[in-house]
Write a protein that binds this ligand. Structure first.
Ligand code: ZN
Length: 356
C-alpha cells in the first residue's frame, strides 16, 4: 500500500497508542503524591511564596492517587496553592499541625472560612495537633484554642451573622463547627495519631517550641516523614547535630523526608545578624542530609528554606555572600555525603511514589 506522509504519521500514532495500551497494568496500583503547598521559611513574605505546608495524597493509579488528601501545616496562601492543584478545601480529610507558629497556621483561617462557606453540610475535617503545652515563659500553646477561635474576627465584625442570614444552611458557630479537634500527647517514640483505611499517621515529640510534633504517613505506596521545624533537643552547640534524634527515629526506613531547613550561611559565625537561638532551633541542610543517609531515605525534600532562593535578605537580615541558588542548598546537603535525591523545595514541587 502506498503511504503518504499523513498516513505514515497516523500509523505511527496508532503504534504508539498500542504500545501504551500493552504497557498499562491490568490492575490499578496504590500511589502517593507529596506536594509542597508552600516553602517560605518563617514569617517573612517573598515574591508570592506561600507559607509552609505539605499535601499528601493517597489513592491508586486509576484516580491519580487522589482517594484521600491530608494537609500538614498551612501557612499563608495555602488555599491558593490547593486551588492550583484542583484540590478543593472540602476534600481535605485531615489537617495536621506541627506547631503553633503563625507561619505554619495562618493559612488555616481563610481555608476553614472557605470550607464553611461551601461545605457546611460536612464532612468535618479532622484537626490533629498536640495537646496544650505550657511554655517556660508561662503562656500556653494551644491548637484547641486556635480551632475554637478560628472564626473570631468574622464573628466580631458581623460577617458571620450576615452570611448566616443569607444562608441558614451554614453552621451557626462558624468554621469551628467544621473542625473535629483531635489532640494527642507527643511521645518520645512514634505513636499512631490518625488512620483511615490503608493510611496511618504516626507522630513523635520533637523540639522547636513547646507542643512541636513531627509526623509520618504510612501507606502501601510508601512512607513520608514531615519533620516540621524540628531541631535537636539540645538548643545550641556543642551537640552532635542540629537535627532531632526523635525525627531520625521516626524516619527509620521512610522513603521520603520533608523537612524545614536553614542554610549554614545564616549561622552566627557568618555575621548575617540572624539571631543565634532561631538559627539553632532549625535543622541545617547538611545535617538533614546526614540524617537522611543514616535512615536510608531515598528522597530529602527541603522546605521552609531560610533564606528563600534568590533572596538577598531573610526578612531584615542580609545574606552573607549574597543570594543563594538551589545549587547552594544541594551543595550544603552534599557535604554530608547523602547518596539519595535532594529536592530543593519550591511551591508546588511534587513527588509521586512509586516513581512513575
Ligand atoms: Zn517554627
Amino acid at each position: 500500500m502506498h503511504m503518504n506522509r499523513r498516513h505514515a504519521h497516523w500509523a505511527a500514532s496508532l503504534l504508539i497508542a498500542l504500545t501504551l495500551l500493552s504497557n498499562t497494568p491490568a490492575h490499578s496500583e496504590p500511589c502517593m503524591t507529596i506536594t509542597l503547598t508552600g516553602t517560605q521559611g518563617g514569617p517573612p513574605v517573598y515574591k508570592g511564596q506561600a507559607g509552609a505546608g505539605t499535601l499528601v495524597q493517597y489513592g491508586d493509579s486509576d484516580n491519580a492517587c487522589n482517594d484521600i488528601a491530608l494537609q500538614f501545616d498551612a501557612g499563608r496562601g495555602t488555599t491558593q496553592r490547593l486551588s492550583e492543584l484542583n484540590v478543593p478545601v472540602g476534600k481535605l480529610a485531615a489537617i495536621f499541625v506541627t506547631h503553633m507558629h503563625s507561619d505554619h497556621t495562618e493559612g488555616l483561617i481563610d481555608l476553614m472560612q472557605l470550607r464553611w462557606h461551601f461545605n457546611s453540610q460536612g464532612p468535618k475535617v479532622d484537626f490533629v495537633v498536640s495537646e496544650d503545652k505550657l511554655s517556660p515563659a508561662g503562656h500556653t500553646l494551644s491548637g484547641r484554642s486556635f480551632a475554637d477561635h478560628i472564626g473570631a474576627t468574622m464573628i466580631q465584625s458581623g460577617e458571620m451573622a450576615q452570611r448566616l442570614a443569607e444562608n441558614k444552611q451554614r453552621l451557626p458557630g462558624g468554621p469551628t463547627d467544621l473542625m473535629n479537634v483531635m489532640t494527642f500527647e507527643p511521645m518520645e517514640k512514634p505513636d499512631t495519631v490518625w488512620s483511615s483505611g490503608d493510611v496511618t499517621v504516626d507522630a513523635i515529640n520533637s523540639n522547636h517550641i513547646p507542643g512541636h510534633a513531627s509526623y509520618r504517613v504510612n501507606t502501601p505506596a510508601g512512607s513520608v516523614v514531615i519533620g516540621g521545624d524540628a531541631g535537636n533537643d539540645k538548643p545550641s552547640p556543642p551537640r552532635g547535630a542540629s537535627t532531632s534524634a526523635q525525627v531520625e527515629l521516626l524516619a527509620k526506613g521512610a522513603d521520603v523526608i520533608v523537612h524545614s531547613t536553614i542554610h549554614p550561611v545564616m549561622g552566627p559565625d557568618k555575621d548575617s545578624g540572624f539571631p543565634a537561638p532561631i538559627y539553632y532551633r532549625q535543622s541545617t541542610a547538611t545535617d538533614l542530609g546526614a540524617m537522611a543517609e543514616k535512615v536510608g531515605a531515598g528522597y530529602l525534600m527541603l522546605t521552609h528554606l531560610i533564606p528563600p532562593l534568590n533572596a538577598i535578605k531573610q526578612g531584615p537580615y542580609p545574606i552573607p555572600g549574597g543570594a543563594l541558588s538551589s545549587t547552594d542548598y544541594e551543595d550544603a546537603v552534599s557535604l554530608s555525603g547523602y547518596t539519595g535525591n535532594t529536592i530543593v523545595g519550591t511551591d508546588l514541587v511534587s513527588l509521586t511514589l512509586p516513581e512513575q
